[in-house]
Design a protein around this ligand. Structure first.
Ligand SMILES: C[S@@+](CC[C@H](N)C(=O)[O-])C[C@H]1O[C@@H](n2cnc3c(N)ncnc32)[C@H](O)[C@@H]1O
Length: 254
């Protein structure tokens, strides 16, 4: 994969590499080649230091320089939304400066992204800051939405179905309007919003049309009808809801 000049005096290249939803076998051939050949491998991790993206690519890490990008504060409740946004902006500015040092020194930097880098991925903020200063390449990955449907063996959409992706973080009125405008839905970022979303789907008569998919393709994968779940869910869980009329899809709801 070539992205612009490589040669004496050239800067390094920035790669945003999707590593898929969890199972290392679902990394693309290109992702594996790029991780193996990188000078620097960067990945986001929570404050406790765990990085899912790193765990997925671990078999391909060796002598590369590793850059762990540790999120400052992961909850929006500390200091309110504006403070949260300011902390995040500061975080991405710091990370971009760190990676720019490697790129200026001619080192290729691979940023690992769970699933796909441009689908709700943190890489897009780094791309916005670095993608015009350095040659950049984005390598798509298997997204959690596709992997959830595959694990659940529940097709996502057919024919004229409108497929909508919703972050569970939205307020009820926006969720309700979007749900009522869609035939098929994937609802992401459940975590502490799960009970509220579950209630909303019940209110709309959709409980029996929803499948819950947690940590798909990873150890601990759980896929079950929404009606059989409790009131809590981790962040790495997705709901698939089908409101359409395609018999081949309706027949897979159980
Ligand atoms: C910030 S988004 C990132 C999506 C990612 N870039 C992708 O392409 O899948 C994170 C959300 O994706 C979903 N997700 C990611 N990995 C998952 C998995 N292995 N199983 C179920 N849902 C997952 C969850 O809803 C989680 O809250």
């Amino acid at each position: 994969v070539s992205a612009a000049p490589v040669g004496p005096g050239a800067t390094g290249r920035l790669f945003g590499v999707g590593v898929g939803p969890g199972d290392p076998d679902l990394m693309t051939v290109r992702a594996v080649d790029l991780v193996r050949g990188a000078d620097v491998v960067a990945y986001h991790c929570a404050r406790h230091g765990r990085s899912n993206a790193r765990a997925i690519a671990a078999a391909h890490l060796g002598t590369q320089i590793e850059e762990a990008l540790t999120y400052p504060v992961t909850t929006e409740t500390v200091g309110g939304p504006e403070d949260y946004q300011a902390r995040l902006d500061g975080f991405y500015a710091d990370v971009a400066a760190r990676l720019a040092e490697h790129l200026d020194a001619g080192r290729d930097v691979v940023v690992l992204s769970e699933g796909d880098p441009f689908f709700y991925g943190s890489f897009l903020y780094l791309h916005a800051r670095l993608g015009t200063r350095f040659p950049a390449v984005v390598v798509p990955g298997v997204s959690s939405v596709m992997a959830s449907a595959a694990s659940a063996r529940r097709p996502l959409s057919a024919r004229g179905d409108i497929l909508t992706v919703l972050p569970a973080t939205l307020p009820d009125d926006r969720l309700r309007a979007a749900i009522l405008g869609a035939d098929s839905l994937a609802i992401l970022k459940l975590g502490r919003h799960f009970a509220r979303v579950k209630r909303l789907l019940a209110e709309l008569g959709l409980t029996d049309r929803a499948i819950y998919a947690e940590r798909v393709t990873q150890g601990g994968e759980r896929v079950l009808p929404l009606a059989e779940t409790g009131d809590t869910a981790p962040y790495f869980a997705t709901l698939l809801v089908y409101r359409g009329t395609e018999p081949a899809i309706l027949g897979t709801l159980a």
